[in-house]
Design a protein around this ligand. Sequence first.
Ligand code: OMP
Length: 238
Amino acid sequence: MTDSVSSPVIVALDYDNAEDALAMAGRLDPAVCRVKVGKELFTIAGPDLVRKLVASGFEVFLDLKFHDIPNTVAAAVRAAANLGVWMVNVHASGGERMMQAARAVLEPFGEMRPLLIGVTVLTSTAEEELAPVGVTRGLDEQVVALAKLAKESGLDGVVCSAREASALKAECGKGFALVTPGIRPAGSAADDQRRIVTPVDAVKGGADYLVIGRPITAAENPGEALGAIVDDLHQAQN
Ligand SMILES: O=C(O)c1cc(=O)[nH]c(=O)n1[C@@H]1O[C@H](COP(=O)(O)O)[C@@H](O)[C@H]1O
């Protein structure tokens, strides 16, 4: 894990065009936060946009949540590594062979390889939504089981809700990164998220990275919104 960035915040650049994404990145400081490129932006703006963000000094989380046969996922993860991203993710529910293949393909990149992260249960998912898709154990149990599988498959960490962070730290250990979306400063709208936690509580619970989109990008002054979150985190640390 790198500590070249002074806060654990990863700003989700969820835009439908490269110009808006680059404009937002231009208002952020790569020494203070990282940025995330997800499915919509990548589908529209593609690898060029990722290269531009990397070239402007940002550590980029390429959030495409790969889930496919092992060969296809491994090839996609290699392509992401070739873009110079800092973090890339796959769905842990894709299984052990898929995750192992994704991890193996990063070996030749050595220390330059991106962190490989497994998605457990999306933060927009509520407990009652699991049974209809065939998951009969409880949500917390499912998150822990997928995180353990991701760890055994050689991954560097998982995406989970900060609500599950302390249980996962206990199960998976300190060096296993917990990346937590569904972060909402007190008083912000939950939007479509279901398992939300404030930034300070997330870090106190053991989250290593906080993925934050709308509370920053939809704020009247995104720089101030980020600054307020970072200040709260620093105060909570001291
Ligand atoms: O992998 C992710 O980043 C992710 C996983 C998850 O379980 N939940 C989740 O919200 N995300 C992403 O995190 C971001 C959250 O954005 P906001 O809800 O606007 O803060 C979005 O880009 C989501 O795609």
